[in-house]
Design a protein around this ligand. Structure first.
Ligand code: SF4
Length: 196
């Protein structure tokens, strides 16, 4: 196993028992990032959803299917990308038997940041794409506005960083606007593909 793979596995094992914030308690498990240890591209989402929490893998639920389709349309293979989240445990509220997604707070993102920093250091991607506001604000600051800046590469700590929307926003939008929203997401991913 390469030094990078060993470092990632050690981070994954440490994160599995993380109690830095209270989100670990009601969640099923830590959902760490997945992908090649030396991926050229890292996608950073918000937090695992209900399916991801149960499966222990990032982006395997409905939003993950949208992401897979958009990546394919943009000419990026999912297995060449390292996919992770700014927060590694699922934050939710109970509504009867349902678990309803709740956006992580700034304190959760801050508490979880060392895991993300560790992944970035280990994988050393040339390009990072943030998916949605939580990930963008985590890396670019609280005042950052994704809608105004999406699809525009910028220098970030010696890498290229491109903010775009979270694929779940496409699912949450009006049905008649989904094709347009998906096309805009694909267009952002095509910009990212051009940085390869
Ligand atoms: S959300 Fe992050 S910081 Fe909080 S317990 Fe989970 S892994 Fe640790």
């Amino acid at each position: 196993m390469s030094a990078t793979a060993t470092r990632l596995e050690s981070l994954r094992a440490e994160a599995a028992t993380c109690t830095r914030c209270e989100l670990y308690e009601p969640a099923t498990q830590t959902v760490f990032g997945e992908g090649p240890v030396r991926a050229w591209l890292m996608l950073v989402g918000e937090q695992p959803g209900d399916r991801e929490d149960r499966a222990g893998e990032p982006f395997v639920g409905p939003a993950g299917r949208v992401l897979d389709e958009a990546l394919e349309r943009a000419g990026i293979a999912r297995d060449e990308v390292y996919v992770t989240n700014a927060v590694k445990h699922f934050r939710f509220e109970r509504d009867g038997k349902k678990r309803i997604h709740k956006t992580p707070a700034v304190g959760h993102v801050r508490a979880c940041r060392p895991w993300l920093d560790g992944e970035i250091d280990a994988v050393d991607p040339a390009v990072i794409a943030t998916l949605g506001a939580v990930a963008a604000k985590a890396l670019l600051g609280a005042d950052f506005r994704v809608t105004a800046e999406r699809g525009r590469p910028r220098d970030w700590n010696g890498r290229q960083l491109v903010p775009t929307v979270h694929p779940s926003s496409i699912l949450r939008g009006r049905p008649e606007q989904r094709d347009e929203a998906l096309a805009a997401f694909v267009a952002d991913l095509e910009v990212i593909a051009g940085l390869r």
